[in-house]
Design a protein. Structure first.
Ligand code: PRP
Ligand code: URA
Length: 209
């Protein structure tokens, strides 16, 4: 199955993105707004989830209704992916959570894996990889490789800001994975940062710089 690339166009998301892009936004507001955008995106991202017909006994009669067919596993890429998880979990409270720890070497932009732990059910679940920034695409490609190694096949990615270079690399490496972004920016700079972007998302979320 081939994936799709969706760039959101919604007034609330535009408004909240302008808050987190602003260099004067403090850590508390940045963290809260990243989480809120995650929640807003989750509603639309889950539109294609498969459902099954079930019968439920109401106090009055039997209702034929629908439930999600598969479990959902969220996989935030540490650190910055954690910032979107609470907002998404508000919509999908039954989701299980796996974690992938990756960092980019600041000089070479090479990706290093320092942690990977997934729920047992991941191979049969819909997996949502979460990371606010899609820059060179190296981190996301690595995360998808790790998730696919579990046997999982139904994989989507949710992020905030992407660069065209990174999106193209991911589509080429993993054409079956759908990509959902709040914004597609202009380009990468010579240090691999997204322009105009919002800076280093992990540092801004956790106040490390
Ligand atoms: C950032 C971001 C992504 C990655 C994107 O993480 O959260 O994971 O860079 O860049 P790429 O598309 O070029 O791979 P970073 O490596 O800074 O780690 P951190 O979240 O721990 O700060
Ligand atoms: N990671 C970030 O946090 N920001 C960028 O612009 C690129 C990678």
């Amino acid at each position: 199955m081939s994936g799709k690339v969706v760039i959101f166009n919604h007034p609330l998301i535009h408004h909240k993105l302008s808050l987190i892009r602003n260099e004067n936004t403090n850590t508390k507001d940045f963290r809260q707004t990243v989480s809120e955008i995650g929640g807003l995106m989750a509603y639309e991202v889950t539109r294609d989830l498969k459902t099954i017909e079930v019968e439920v006994k109401t106090p009055i009669a039997i209702a034929r209704t629908k439930q999600l067919a598969n479990d959902v596993v969220l996989v935030p890429i540490l650190r910055a992916g954690l910032g979107m998880i609470e907002g998404i979990m508000n919509l999908i409270p039954t989701a299980k959570v796996g974690h992938v720890g990756l960092y980019r070497d600041e000089e070479t932009l090479e990706i290093h894996t320092y942690y990977a732990k997934f729920p047992d059910i991941i191979s049969k679940s819909t997996v949502m990889i979460v990371d606010p920034m899609l820059a060179t695409g190296g981190s996301l490609i690595k995360a998808i490789d790790l998730v696919k190694a579990t046997g999982a096949k139904d994989i989507i990615y949710v992020g905030l800001v992407g660069a065209p270079e990174g999106v193209n690399r991911v589509v080429e490496a993993h054409p079956d994975v759908s990509i959902f972004l709040a914004a597609l920016d202009e380009k990468l700079n010579e240090k691999g940062y997204i322009v105009p972007g919002l800076g280093d998302c992990g540092d801004r979320l956790f106040g490390t710089k």
